[in-house]
Write a protein that binds this ligand. Structure first.
Ligand SMILES: [Mg+2]
Length: 402
């Protein structure tokens, strides 16, 4: 039985925002990797793993993943949270990676085996105006993507006013976010898209939690006629009780959960069937161990999974999501990611995309490794872009929650 000998972190990408956990065993050449990436608090996660959680693992049997997860989850008495979940998630993935290598099976085989041939993914289309957006969507349709996310402008696009009425001592000249402008812009966008593209393409939209809850309900209702595949993050995680009211108002499918770090956030939404897709990030949910339980819970309640990916995720988290996608009957759709060639070369065995489908290489464990020399070359120091941290503000200067 392999025992844990060493737990360490490898930081890569610009500013070392990708944190890869490497667990080395006492068996020759046997190790596993996991994703604990944390764009803004990478050093904090590394400290949690290398100075707190990791030392508790030395000498423990790799195979007891559930027991290790439960003991680490309560090891600080206080549970969960973004940092500790990411640390635990990275460790958990590395343990599943090792278990798969020991068994000679891909992780999805350990989880019950493939329940689909490959993983359908959704693409991110965007444009500064309707014409640019429709061109981008058409490009993805031509490439064969089954579902496409449609955004006006960049992160949280739509609803920004250059001519907002601001106070005399305005804090900034930047365009101000306006809830009512957003409520006009996005239904108009889908009206244009459906007239141009028809109802064949499966389309989604991500609100990035920007709206006041009342406006969020109104938006979901107004989008009903455009038959979205789902509406994403229409409410902030602090306002999820509003989903009960939204459900009574309209049938627009709801996707929610990329910021969730606690079972009490997603449990009521799934068990009361208040959302249609749960979008926890696998590492932030605490790894494969808790996320496979979420997937099973979803199956019983008729909810689907759509594990979060996105700009700051790494290829190891993507691999973990893919193994859950391959094996979970409740899988709905997978968010895609966009890595550079240089980044992918540092992660041999990474999942591959062809058209709108993601494919596993079928190798034992997660099937992905890290080339530490190439990973080191991705490390560059640049000013950290705070694109989530209160970048958007209303006309009076107050923060729009990201
Ligand atoms: Mg989102």
């Amino acid at each position: 039985m392999a025992k844990i000998k060493e737990v360490r972190c490898i930081r890569t990408r610009t500013n070392g925002t990708w944190v890869i956990v490497k667990i080395i065993t006492d068996q020759p050449g046997l190790y596993g990797i996991g994703s604990a990436s944390e764009h803004y608090h990478a050093a904090t996660v590394v400290t949690a793993i290398e100075e707190s959680l990791g030392p508790m693992l030395i000498g423990r049997e790799v195979s007891r993943i559930e027991d290790i997860w439960q003991s680490l989850f309560t090891s600080g008495y206080w549970r969960a949270g973004s940092i500790l979940n990411a640390a635990l998630g990275g460790i958990d993935m590395a343990l599943w990676d090792i278990k798969g290598k020991e068994a000679g099976m891909p992780v999805y085989d350990l989880l019950g085996g493939a329940s689909r041939a490959a993983v359908p993914c959704y693409a991110h289309a965007g444009g500064q105006d309707h014409e640019a957006l429709v061109d981008d969507i058409q490009r993805y349709i031509d490439e064969g993507w089954p579902v496409i996310r449609c955004q006006l402008g960049g992160y949280g696009g739509g609803g920004f006013l250059d001519d907002a009425i601001k106070p005399k001592n305005a804090w900034s000249d930047a365009a101000a976010f306006d809830d009512e402008a957003y409520l006009e812009a996005i239904p108009a966008m889908f009206d244009f898209l459906r007239k141009r593209l028809g109802f064949g393409p499966k389309l989604t939209h991500d609100v990035h939690e920007h709206l006041r809850p009342q406006v969020a309900v109104a938006l979901a209702k107004r989008l009903e006629d455009y038959r979205l595949y789902f509406l994403e993050d229409v409410l902030a995680p602090e306002q999820i009780d509003w989903f009960r009211l939204m459900r009574q108002q309209c049938t627009t499918p709801q996707a929610m959960g990329e910021l969730f770090v606690n079972v009490h956030e997603y449990l009521p939404l799934i068990s009361e069937r208040l959302i249609d897709f749960v979008r926890v990030r696998v590492s932030k949910g605490g790894g494969i161990t808790p996320c496979r339980k979420i997937a099973t819970l979803c199956e019983f309640y008729g909810v689907n999974t759509a594990w979060q990916e996105g700009g700051d995720n790494d290829p190891v988290n993507q691999a973990a999501a893919m193994h859950l996608d391959m094996s979970s009957y409740s899988f709905g759709i997978q968010e895609e990611n966009h890595f550079s060639d240089e980044e992918l070369e540092a992660f041999p065995g990474h999942a591959t995309m062809d058209g709108g489908y993601m494919y596993s290489n079928g190798q034992p464990g997660l099937g992905i490794d890290i080339d530490e020399e190439k990973a080191a070359k991705l490390l560059k120091a640049e000013p950290l872009k705070a694109y989530f941290a209160a970048a958007d503000r209303r006309a009076d200067g107050s923060i729009v929650r990201p």
